[in-house]
Design a binder for this molecule. Structure first.
Ligand SMILES: Cc1ncc(COP(=O)(O)O)c(C=O)c1O
Length: 376
């Protein structure tokens, strides 16, 4: 029996070990661990990779969302439109500020928020829309950005799962995190660009907002011990920045490998004749999916998971319960049936192993094991 884990970060580490060790030595020799030169260099490299004016590191992707909302003065009584189908942090950052997340159902093909349903949910209280580029694919936000700016509503892009993805907007390639007022990134270890601990970053082109974010991430202070407002302690470590600088040099090549792996899965579903049981993730025209996760929709999902487990194949469910049904959000008053597409997806989604180092023979084994299950 083969063992194919859902993730295998060790393989990735092996491929960059010597570079990482050199980078770590550099930081240890400097004995400068919080912000500083290494973080500034990383921020500049990200800003030039993404072609944005400012990139500002922080403690996590969750903090990036929270700091962005704080910088836009989102507070009690405000509404922020977002998807019910994402990681908890997207909506918890809204609720933490006592604002209300107004959920909009998803597009069942791409799993992203249904862009066409956003306008009807905008009210005089809407401060922002957080669009999540889920599983590595950018939502088509070009036109949405125009609509929102006419209504003075800010767009925040949650790019935690989509580093390096892009879409063509009016013929121009726009990477995720470069269209909205803010782009929010996570460097959680399993992300396409992942550190070796927590880390996050915000992007913006707006000078005053960049300055405010820098202040907010450091207790509301830009000068030693003078605090202009209440902020947070959310700074990027030099060690994470040094690791991420190494990985940034490889991330495009890794994303390409993920795309090849996704394509191979599609073909294997066809050659093993299981396409009536399994729907593979669709890439929208004009977009570049980076497959942070490879999420299929499948029949008899829970029995399939058990079968794959028994045969050494790791899987994950993203996500078993949409956000409007999470116990922590009971007080928001949403109920079952409010977002049927999100609810259906939570019942039949399944993430298969996906990482740049996954071998063709491992993929063959995964799909063959699935085919045996569906044929039995
Ligand atoms: C869509 C999304 N938003 C936000 C986050 C939060 O990022 P972090 O874990 O770095 O706080 C994550 C990470 O898991 C995520 O997947």
């Amino acid at each position: 029996m083969m063992h194919v884990p859902a993730f295998d970060l060790k393989r990735n580490y092996e491929s960059v070990k010597s570079e990482i060790k050199e980078a770590l030595d550099r930081v240890l020799d400097s004995q400068k661990f919080i912000l500083g030169d290494e973080v500034e260099k990383f921020e500049n490299e990200i800003a030039s990779y993404l072609k944005v004016a400012y990139a500002i590191g922080c403690g996590s992707g969750t903090d990036a969302l929270l700091l962005s909302l704080l910088a836009l003065d989102v507070r009690d009584g405000d509404e922020v439109i977002t998807t019910p189908y994402t990681f908890f942090a997207t909506a918890s950052s809204i609720v933490r500020l006592r604002a209300r997340p107004v959920f909009v159902d998803i597009d069942p093909l791409t799993y992203n928020i249904d862009i066409n349903k956003i306008e009807e949910r905008i009210t005089s209280r809407t401060k922002a829309v957080i669009v999540v580029h889920l599983f590595g694919q950018m939502a088509p936000i070009g036109k949405l950005e125009l609509l929102l700016s006419e209504k003075s509503v800010h767009l925040i892009e949650d790019c935690a799962q989509s580093f390096g993805s892009w879409r063509k907007v009016n013929g121009e390639i726009k990477r995720c995190g470069t269209i909205g007022t803010f782009g929010c990134f996570s460097f959680y270890p399993t992300k396409n660009l992942g550190g070796y601990g927590d880390g996050g970053l915000m992007t913006t082109d707006v000078d005053v907002l960049a300055k405010r974010i820098r202040k907010l991430r450091s207790h509301g202070s830009l000068n030693d011990y003078i605090h202009e407002e209440l902020g947070m302690n959310s700074r990027l470590d030099a060690i994470q920045a040094a690791i991420l600088r190494c990985k940034l040099r490889h991330v495009d090549e890794w994303n390409k490998k993920r795309r090849i792996i996704a394509e191979r899965y599609h073909l294997l579903f066809e050659t093993h004749e299981i396409t009536e049981f399994v729907k593979y993730p669709r890439e929208m025209e004009g977009g570049y999916h980076v497959f942070n996760q490879y999420v299929i929709r499948c029949k008899k999902r829970d029995a399939l998971i058990e079968h794959l487990n028994e045969h050494g194949v790791g899987t994950r469910i993203y996500y078993p319960l949409p956000l409007h049904l999470q116990p922590a959000f009971d007080s928001l008053g949403y109920k079952k049936g409010d977002f049927p597409e999100a609810e259906k997806l939570s019942q039949d989604c399944l993430a298969l192993p996906m990482y740049p180092e996954l071998m063709p023979e491992e993929q063959e084994y995964v799909v063959e094991t699935m085919a045996r299950f569906y044929r039995q």
